[in-house]
Design a protein around this ligand. Structure first.
Ligand SMILES: [Zn+2]
Ligand SMILES: [Zn+2]
Length: 138
């Protein structure tokens, strides 16, 4: 699958047994439909998710095409403050998160910046950063 932003092939990473697509170029993450729910641990967290997503009517941010069907995705606000905008395929193929947005969305949803999934994400991307500049091991 190619990154909707840079059109480069994405890497498939395994996160807690779920396969996610990640673009090394721009740091974005693609989740197939239902994968975000799988990343959340409790039923409450999954239910809360639906209330957090609000379809955005007009957003200035550039819109991207779904890597599966190629159709233009719609913008979705996450959370009350509407600071985070993610892209969602209108045909429900999945969700696109720019760099760091997935962590923020999970944090808003769970109200917990120490949740298992955020730790995994941070680890995953920390490792990648430190392997780029040799010897960043702690
Ligand atoms: Zn990219
Ligand atoms: Zn699609």
């Amino acid at each position: 699958m190619n990154c909707p932003v840079c059109k480069e092939p994405m890497l498939v990473l395994e996160l807690d047994k779920i396969e996610i697509d990640h673009c090394i170029n721009c740091g974005g993450i693609w989740l197939d439909n239902g994968e975000l729910e799988l990343l959340l641990e409790t039923k409450e967290e999954r239910n809360r998710l639906k209330d957090l997503f609000k379809e955005a009517e007009s957003v200035k941010e550039r819109s991207y095409s779904c890597p599966i069907c190629g159709k233009r995705m719609s913008k979705v606000f996450v959370g009350e403050e509407k600071k985070i905008i993610i892209d969602k395929c209108k045909k429900n193929h999945g969700l696109w998160f720019d760099q760091g947005e997935l962590q923020k969305v999970v944090e808003i949803d769970t109200g917990n910046s120490n949740s298992k999934i955020i730790k995994l994400l941070n680890q995953m991307f920390e490792n990648k950063l430190s392997s780029n500049n040799d010897g960043g091991n702690k």
